[in-house]
Design a protein around this ligand. Structure first.
Ligand code: EPU
Length: 349
């Protein structure tokens, strides 16, 4: 198809929050062959005084558009899935950045490859997965990450990043930090296995398998169980706009966690290295926000960590509710919540 350029492009269908914003300029990249042309067009645009680096859009599932973005937007639409290397049980697969994540998980399972089953049904694209080191049910992308290819949109040159280069953290990587906006991830390689090493200890996975009378689960059984749990707890963006968890679970010092757990009995805490991760959903619920609605913005009734768009919420409305939540949690618990999605068109929360 080539490189598609659209001025004054509607964004409602391109972000899972369903925010009705417009892009000054949107490029859709469907082939690697068009990268030089894209880089040149972006340089041209920058030459006309648009100093902001472009915004890369995958599935738009970890994004809150607070105002019409003025920077150019690049919609990543590169496709392709393949097995690149196989030694014994270990298999390296490569997926183009524009592939949708959940279909990739299902494709790996159909190839007899285990590893991504706990990450089933996460919205978004392959290219976005390493940016925030997606994670769920005790597994993170970094556990199976091999390397990725990216292109510097400023110079047009490409390079590979291994796990060390990516500096993965909890919902974090080098690509979320200053100066990294110039990198366009084009493909990701993952390390999987023909022998399943199932991670069943998080939350409700075992109960869900027992409920389905499965005693010797396969990787596909686990993916199915995770998908059922997610469908039950998390709203489907196709039905009600949202970006999954709106806040990260805060990491605090062990001493502070002990004091807090004494004062606030029942607060879910998980050890995480030297620190302790505490449940943001629980704190938000205790502050009375679960199910709350303010205009078109709201907090989901089944999960307090998920902010939702009940129809025509502007990004500013969602952001205002997020600020109220953050202030209430800070006042009661003395903890500052950090937003998980990228906020465009306004300062980060
Ligand atoms: N909880 C509440 N109230 C609620 C929801 C949950 O008190 O409304 C409590 C639960 O009782 C539980 C604890 O909070 O004890 C944790 O809940 P849950 O298992 O739903 O996980 P989470 O910590 O809220 C994280 C990820 C999710 C991921 C799940 C499962 C973050 C920010 N979120 O949520 O990821 O699916 O664990 O692994 O780490 C996402 O990143 O968008 C996302 C959905």
């Amino acid at each position: 198809m080539g490189l598609v350029r659209q001025a004054d492009a509607p964004l409602r269908g391109l972000n899972t929050f369903g925010i009705d914003a417009r892009a000054r300029l949107l490029w859709r990249l469907e082939s690697l062959d068009d990268l030089p042309q894209l880089c040149e067009a972006l340089r041209d645009d920058a030459g006309k005084g648009q100093a902001q680096p472009p915004l890369i859009l995958g599935g738009g599932s970890n994004l809150l558009i607070a105002d019409d973005p003025q920077q150019p937007i690049v919609q990543m639409a590169l496709r392709g899935l393949r097995i690149v290397h196989e030694v014994g049980d270990a298999v390296i697969i490569e997926a183009a950045a524009g592939e949708a994540w959940d279909p990739l998980v299902r494709w790996t399972l159909s190839q007899g490859l285990a590893g991504l089953e706990n990450l089933a049904l996460i919205p978004g694209t392959v290219g976005a997965a390493p940016i925030q080191n997606i994670g769920a049910y005790g597994v993170e992308l970094r556990d199976h990450f091999e390397s990725l290819d990216a292109v510097d949109l400023g110079s047009g040159t490409g390079r590979s990043f291994d796990a060390r280069d990516c500096a993965f953290g909890y919902r974090d990587s080098v690509f979320k930090h200053a100066g990294a906006a110039r990198w366009l991830v084009t493909s990701v390689r993952l390390r999987l296995s023909r022998t399943a090493d199932l991670k069943l200890d998080y939350g409700e996975i075992r109960a869900e398998l027992a409920e389905a009378c499965i005693v010797a689960p396969t990787a596909t059984d686990v993916a199915d169980a995770v998908s059922r749990i997610r469908r039950r707890k998390l709203p489907d963006p196709a039905v009600i706009g949202n970006a999954g968890s709106f806040f990260k679970n805060p990491l605090i010092e062990a001493e502070q966690a002990t004091a807090l757990a004494t004062r606030e009995p029942g607060l879910p805490c998980w050890p995480s290295g030297d620190q302790v991760k505490v449940s943001a959903a629980w704190m938000i619920e205790r502050c009375g926000f679960k199910g709350m609605r303010v205009g078109h913005a709201g907090v989901h009734e089944r999960h307090a960590l998920v902010l939702v768009n009940h129809g025509h919420a502007g990004g500013g409305e969602i952001l205002a509710l997020a600020s109220r939540i953050r202030d209430a949690v800070a006042t009661r618990f003395g903890i500052r919540l950090e937003a998980e999605p990228v906020v465009v068109g306004a300062p980060q929360l």
